[in-house]
Design a protein around this ligand. Structure first.
Ligand SMILES: [Fe+2]
Length: 192
């Protein structure tokens, strides 16, 4: 018989998104060197702003089975590298045919998605609203506001994360600030 998880509870603060029962995984600018397209601005910011944190999220010790659900909060700081908003690295799931749901607790921003076939989609994060990420789509949270963007996610626990594809190829689309407005542009550095 397969091992099953025990029931448990864990808190995520409604204001900060943080849990005081578990360490978050933190990503600073220096962890995201191939992610932002303005490499010079990124190096400057790492130096001048003492390598600020871009986001953090929780990776709970959930059994990686097809019946379990991985979940937690994700908090993206407000900020920009050049004119590109702070965001998560973004990932495909290793099991590509895996959807995910993100519920926006507070802040403002976007969920940017793209599949290997080249289709892309974008949805706005609005507090109190959920975004459904369909199977096959890489997904990245982008904070276009001046407060932390706090979301809560849940997906099949055996799906895994594939960060490598995005790290090597980049995203097809980027969200940058033009004339004080978020706009989607083609990534000049995207590799076929
Ligand atoms: Fe995911």
């Amino acid at each position: 018989m397969a091992l099953t998880a025990k029931s448990f509870t864990i808190n995520f603060d409604q204001m900060t998104g943080l849990s005081n029962e578990k360490e978050s995984v933190k990503r600073n600018l220096s962890d995201m060197k191939n992610m932002f397209y303005d490499v010079e601005a990124l190096e400057e910011d790492i130096k001048n702003e003492n390598d600020p944190q871009v986001y953090e999220y929780y990776d709970l010790d959930i059994p990686k089975t097809d019946g379990d659900i991985q979940f937690g909060s994700s908090i993206v700081s407000p900020g920009k590298v050049g004119n590109e908003y702070y965001m998560t690295k973004g990932h495909f799931h290793t099991v590509l045919e895996t959807g995910e749901v993100y519920y926006c607790i507070s802040g403002e921003g976007y969920m940017l998605m793209e599949n290997p076939e080249g289709d892309w989609q974008i949805e706005k994060f609005i507090p109190g609203q959920a975004v459904y990420v369909p199977p096959r789509y890489a997904h990245r949270s982008i904070n276009t506001g001046d407060q932390p963007l706090i979301t809560f996610f849940a997906f099949r626990a055996d799906a895994g994360h594939d960060y490598g594809t995005i790290e090597t190829k980049g995203y097809r689309k980027l969200v940058v600030e033009i004339d004080n407005e978020p706009q989607v542009i083609d990534n000049p550095k995207w590799k076929q």
